[in-house]
Design a protein around this ligand. Structure first.
Ligand SMILES: [Zn+2]
Length: 208
């Protein structure tokens, strides 16, 4: 056995340990867009050694999510789903918010890459890929919805605590923001920000 092959076997074995949802170690064998994977990756999971992947199945019947960026300090629509035409890219450090999906602005230490994959059954698989690494932090932020003054943020060292810690921090950030009306009141224009909501809040309505 060559050392290179041995190396591969070691990595493959580790991969199987890390990803119990599949016993397959070869990328091309994954049914990455099948039901199991879609479920597993619906809220981001580590993929292999140093990536995170998220998969959303879009069929046009869901809520009209709109992605906003803050490129010039004011929200701008980012057209992130253009199947057959473009791959979406949100560079590290760029605040972005997906309406009716999560009630905060996300700032990622890693680039996010969005790949729309039209499936043969008519469903659009929306694949989100990003790196994860020991020094990675994420931020949950809020800005005044009237004048976009910065209101509040909470940071999480995702590279240390992993996705479980990330979601724990998200819940904490939402609770913290919602608990204090002063925190939600804009110091510039006095507008009160609507309540934040978690990615995991199933009953969320009246969303911004
Ligand atoms: Zn304001």
């Amino acid at each position: 056995m060559t050392s290179a092959l041995h190396q591969f076997d070691k990595v493959a074995a580790q991969f199987q340990t890390d990803q119990p949802w599949t016993k397959l170690a070869n990328w091309v064998d994954f049914d990455l867009l099948g039901n199991e994977a879609a479920k597993q990756f619906s809220a981001f999971e580590r993929l292999g050694k140093d990536h995170l992947m998220g998969i959303r199945m879009l069929n046009g019947a869901g809520r009209p999510n709109v992605m906003y960026g803050l490129r010039s300090g004011r929200p701008e629509v980012m057209d992130i789903v253009q199947p057959g035409k473009a791959i979406g890219f949100v560079p590290a450090g760029a605040a972005h918010h997906l309406t009716q999906d999560y009630g905060w602005w996300h700032v990622n230490d890693a680039d996010e890459i969005y790949i729309p994959v039209p499936l043969t059954n008519g469903v659009l698989a929306f694949v989100i890929l990003e790196a994860t690494f020991a020094r990675r932090w994420d931020k949950f932020q809020w800005y005044c919805l009237e004048c976009y003054t910065f209101l509040h943020e909470r940071r999480v060292h995702t590279g240390r605590v992993g996705m479980a810690g990330y979601w724990e921090a998200e819940a904490g950030a939402v609770a913290e923001f919602n608990a204090d009306p002063e925190r939600r009141t804009c110091p510039t224009c006095k507008t009160v920000h609507p309540l934040a909501y978690s990615f995991w809040e199933p009953g969320k309505e009246d969303l911004w």
